[in-house]
Design a protein around this ligand. Structure first.
Ligand code: E4P
Length: 214
């Protein structure tokens, strides 16, 4: 499974990149707003750090505007993936951009049929939002399972990018369900390698060694 970081914060991206296991980055307007920086400039800076796919979300909501903004974002760097909402206009823009060789990430996917449609339109990635579905008392992971099954049934090459991940167990369940990619906040990445038994075991090994050899 590929691992992306879900942030527009350059320090977090650099730290995650230094771990050597980072495959890409996703950003969105909220994450950019938190940073208070120009979206295009930040994307260019991120692409200098990470060679893998960097998702750049459009602000536009109509077909023609999405197309223009998507092309503009795609010109920032070769690894930019244009992120579009999973709406009717977004679907049309996905098809047009994909036909022109621009990779797309179809975001805000909350039902499996949206995922089927965007795959038919040539999307490179689809982003089902697990955490936000859990937030309304439903099971976000079921959506990952359904999309995986539909894509496998028809051999659709669109990658399932599990998004809105809130904790390590989300990540584990995504891996078990066969998500191709998971995009994860830095706080979750920081927790992945933590286990109390690892810490206790390490402490014990070192104490035993020190006792024997000083
Ligand atoms: C995905 O690309 C989105 O940026 C993100 O995962 C949304 O997560 P949230 O629901 O925690 O805002």
């Amino acid at each position: 499974m590929e691992l992306y970081i879900d942030t527009a914060n350059l320090d977090q991206i650099r730290q995650a990149h230094e771990l050597g296991v980072l495959d890409g980055v996703t950003t969105n307007p909220t994450l950019i707003a938190k940073e208070g920086v120009d979206y295009g400039t930040r994307l260019a800076d991120i692409c200098k750090v990470v060679a893998g796919p960097v998702s750049a979300e459009v602000i536009a909501t109509t077909y023609h505007e999405m197309l223009a903004e998507g092309k503009d974002r795609a010109s920032i760097a070769d690894n930019i993936v244009v992120k579009l909402p999973s709406t009717i206009d977004g679907l049309r823009a996905c098809k047009a951009l994909s036909d022109q060789g621009v990779r797309t990430n179809m975001t805000l996917c909350f039902q499996a049929l949206q995922a089927l449609m965007v795959a038919k339109a040539g999307a490179y990635l689809v982003s089902p939002f697990i955490g936000r579905i859990d937030d309304i008392g439903e099971d976000g992971m079921e959506l990952i399972v359904k999309i995986r099954q539909i894509y496998d049934n028809y051999g659709l090459p669109t990658k399932v990018l599990a998004a809105s991940i809130r904790h390590p167990n989300h990540l584990l369940q995504c891996a078990l369900a066969g998500a191709d990619v998971a995009t994860v906040p830095f706080a979750v990445i920081a927790k992945i390698m933590n286990h109390p038994l690892t810490d206790i075991g390490l402490e014990q090994f070192l104490a035993d060694y020190r006792k024997a050899f000083g």
